[in-house]
Design a protein around this ligand. Structure first.
Ligand code: ATP
Ligand code: LTN
Length: 344
């Protein structure tokens, strides 16, 4: 059914990253690297720094401003080209917040309480977190559907939010008897859709983890990267020849997946070379490929960061282009809902 509806929409890819901390290797492999690869003539690509999502938990204003620019620098350093894609920050396009309100009337409260990201972030504190943290997925659905995006590249952790986006689109289309929103496809592909913490193989690598040793930051220098990989939690067994055998060794599996994602190989190809070897040999090799892949990105990020005025100009231009796509879709949504529009 979704195929039938989706055929009416032009192919358009949308994705976003929160400026809630410095970006990590997880963000790079699960998101940024793929954002860059998806650019081209097949679909329009729109990439967003979701600052309105970041403020669902407290952010120091000066730090937030710096992180928005730093995230823009990271997108471009990873290969997102503002000439080929629209690159902007969410709060500069008011259609996102307006559409989110409309979706607050479509989505049900129970859907929000079921979100694992909400449960993780709220913990036992569900009554005291911001209302925005609970409503977060309605804003995410607004980000996507305000562009009638047909596909969204994300890491594994965002799958549930994308299902909710599809539920909102389907409920809206059904309640108003229209085919106004596509049923957006998640693009969760590759071996690095869930990069795990270097300290705990059961937790995902995250920019907001209190332990800096748990992650590799895109701004880490070569020595720091090598040291974090050296200290990463592993086991004492040698590496097997095939991934199947790593089923119950999450930390080992994670490091092999990271290696494969960095070198664009399959994990089995990597294991074929390291079979029988221990982490004493594997970790330095991983550090080498990580530094080789990340150091040009770190360098380019620093170059972009040296010229904040240029970043601001790129975000201003991207925001204006995003606004031009979003506003007519928002207006049509208001018309469908019966909200009277009389201004020219
Ligand atoms: P936070 O810690 O603030 O929740 P985060 O590091 O989880 O942040 P997000 O801004 O929530 O990052 O996610 C941006 C994108 O990066 C999303 O597409 C998400 O799926 C992806 N992503 C985040 N962490 C990982 C990870 N460990 N492995 C693969 N992809 C990831
Ligand atoms: N919720 C996502 C970030 C995000 C996003 C989006 C991703 C906000 N809006 C729209 C894809 C499309 C996260 O926490 N990673």
């Amino acid at each position: 059914m979704s195929d039938q509806i989706n055929a009416q929409f032009r192919p358009r890819i949308f994705s976003g990253i929160q400026p809630s901390g410095g970006l990590t290797l997880g963000n790079y492999l699960g998101a940024l690297k793929r954002f860059a690869a998806l650019q081209g003539d097949k679909a329009e690509t729109i990439y967003c720094i979701v600052d309105l999502h970041a403020i669902t938990v407290w952010q120091d204003p000066e730090v937030l401003r710096a992180r928005i620019r730093e995230a823009a620098a990271a997108f471009m350093a990873a290969g997102v080209d503002p000439a080929q894609s629209i690159l902007f920050n969410q709060s500069q396009v008011s259609a996102h917040a307006e559409m989110a309100w409309l979706f607050n009337t479509v989505a049900r409260v129970g859907w929000m309480y079921r979100m694992t990201q909400f449960k993780d972030k709220a913990g036992k504190n569900t009554e005291n977190v911001s209302l925005g943290l609970l409503a977060y997925p309605a804003l995410m659905a607004a980000d996507i559907l305000t562009y009638q995006a047909t596909a969204v590249p994300v890491g594994e952790d965002q799958k549930q939010h994308l299902e909710l986006t599809r539920d909102i689109a389907a409920k809206f289309n059904h309640d108003y008897g229209v085919e106004h929103f596509p049923i957006t496809e998640p693009l969760i592909e590759g071996v690095a859709t869930r990069v795990m913490s270097l300290r705990d193989g059961s937790k995902k690598m995250s920019k907001s983890d209190p332990s800096d040793a748990s992650r590799i930051n895109l701004t880490d220098d070569a020595d720091t990267i090598a040291q974090k990989i050296r200290k990463a939690r592993t086991d004492a067994e040698p590496l097997p020849g095939q991934m199947d055998a790593l089923k119950d060794r999450p930390e080992a599996k994670n490091l092999v997946n990271i290696y494969a994602a960095l070198t664009d190989e399959t994990p089995d190809q990597v294991l074929a070379r390291f079979e029988g070897q221990g982490f004493g040999a594997f970790k330095p090799a991983l550090a080498e490929v990580a530094v080789e892949a990340l150091s040009p990105i770190t360098r380019r990020m620093a170059e972009f960061m040296a010229d904040p005025a240029q970043i601001d100009a790129i975000l201003a231009d991207g925001s204006a282009r995003a606004d031009a796509v979003a506003t007519p879709i928002l207006e049509r949504t208001k018309d469908i809902m019966g909200l009277l529009r009389t201004r020219a």
